[in-house]
Design a binder for this molecule. Structure first.
Ligand SMILES: Cc1ncc(COP(=O)(O)O)c(C=O)c1O
Length: 386
């Protein structure tokens, strides 16, 4: 990265970085945002967009968003339950600021989204990993951790889960597991923080209802973002929880001083939702990503050496590959770079380095031929590592 970089990731010329979990330029809705900006600034009260905003987020934005979520998720959503955020990353930071103190315990799935680990570290939290099985987080192991942390007088403040099309595994937790998780959190007087960034990006059939459906139980904060369904640069998302907790989250010193988060952008996005353009755009994204899943799946079937296994993702951005026994994902990544392709090694997503034999590939940043070429380069690197 140079000092004057504009993007988070700059992939060197000639390299195919299958590690990048971001949308490529072809799916960024530049026209929609441009039209929405013009409409938003022609509304009866355009000055509100340029003023300090309401603490919990602009009222009309939360109303329009609540209607969209109710229809997309099939659950009841009320604006009083929503807080505007700068996206899921900032929402996690806000939750840590408002609900934890340094030294507190938080529980994560193993593997988990590695940037969340950085946010928890910023707040001096002790992170405890709990394994997953093919239905979601292992509840027996979780209960042991919750009991043990309470016994040590450091009760877990929350359990962080990514229930739909998980990053990195692509796994969607079963509905039973989600319900039991919320019940267990309730019994142990802790919260579930459900990072639902991929909830709307499902390609095969609808995923189980979002954790938001369990918000009335009082033990769930469900996080959504426009990063995956419109554009990451908007830095806009929402937290969905009980009205009391929503007010508490929005009661930070930061918001008291700066007003609600991102009034201008939330005004633009309100226009995109209100005209029905978001729903149409999300349908297009699903179609495009489903196509990429098929392309990458076929390329993997053709190219991967024996004993490399994966489940075809039904949503989200990622393939999670299990390498032949004894193969080190970090070493495969090193070799892959010599072949001008990059991936992310499994251990990046762990707290304890327990997933050495895995790598994560993303299909979000490249289309057709590049995906096929990337997989072919990776296959060459893997053959040289086995
Ligand atoms: C699981 C997960 N959570 C959060 C984020 C970041 O979301 P946002 O852009 O809303 O901060 C990502 C982005 O890749 C993600 O995969």
């Amino acid at each position: 990265m140079t000092d004057l970089a504009s993007r988070q990731v700059e992939v060197p010329e000639g390299v195919i970085d299958l590690g990048v979990g971001q949308p490529d330029a072809s799916v960024l809705p530049i026209g929609l945002i441009e039209e929405a900006a013009i409409r938003a600034l022609s509304t009866p009260d355009p000055e509100a967009l340029l003023q300090y905003g309401a603490d919990q987020g602009d009222g009309r934005h939360r109303l329009v968003l609540s209607r969209y979520l109710a229809s997309a998720y099939g659950v009841d959503v009320h604006p009083a339950h929503l807080v505007t955020t700068n996206g899921t990353s900032q929402a996690l930071d806000m939750i840590c600021t408002r609900l934890t103190r340094p030294g507190d315990v938080v529980v994560v799935e193993e593997p988990t989204y590695f940037f969340a680990l950085g946010i928890f570290a910023d707040h001096g939290l002790e992170v405890v990993g709990v394994p997953m099985d093919d239905e979601g987080i292992d509840l027996v192991a979780l209960e042991t951790v919750l009991v043990e942390s309470a016994r040590r007088q450091t009760p877990a403040r929350f359990v962080y889960t990514i229930p739909a099309s998980q990053n990195p595994t692509g796994l969607t937790s079963s509905w039973d597991r989600r319900q039991e998780l919320a019940e267990m959190a309730d019994r142990h007087a802790t919260l579930v923080v459900a990072d639902e960034v991929y909830q709307l990006l499902h390609y095969v059939e609808g995923p189980p209802p979002p954790m938001s459906a369990l918000v009335p139980s009082g033990s769930v904060i469900s996080l959504g973002t426009f990063s995956k369904i419109l554009a990451p640069g908007l830095r806009l998302g929402w937290a969905h929880t009980t009205p009391d907790l929503a007010l508490h989250l929005a009661g930070s010193g930061l918001i008291a001083s700066g007003g609600g988060l991102n009034p201008l952008v939330s005004g633009l996005v309100t226009e995109v939702i209100d005209r029905g353009d978001l729903a149409i755009h999300v349908d297009r994204l699903r179609e495009e990503y489903q196509h990429r899943v098929e392309v990458m799946d076929q390329a993997l079937r053709t190219e991967m050496p024996e004993h490399v296994t994966w489940s075809t993702p039904t949503g989200g951005y990622f393939f999670w590959l299990r390498l032949p026994e004894g193969t080190d994902g970090a070493e495969v990544r090193r070799r892959a770079r010599h072949h001008d392709v990059d991936v992310r090694e499994g251990n990046l997503f762990t707290t304890g380095g327990t997933l050495r034999e895995y790598i994560r590939l993303s299909f979000a940043y490249y289309r057709g031929d590049d995906l096929v070429e990337g997989v072919s380069r990776l296959a060459r690197a893997l053959h040289s590592a086995l």
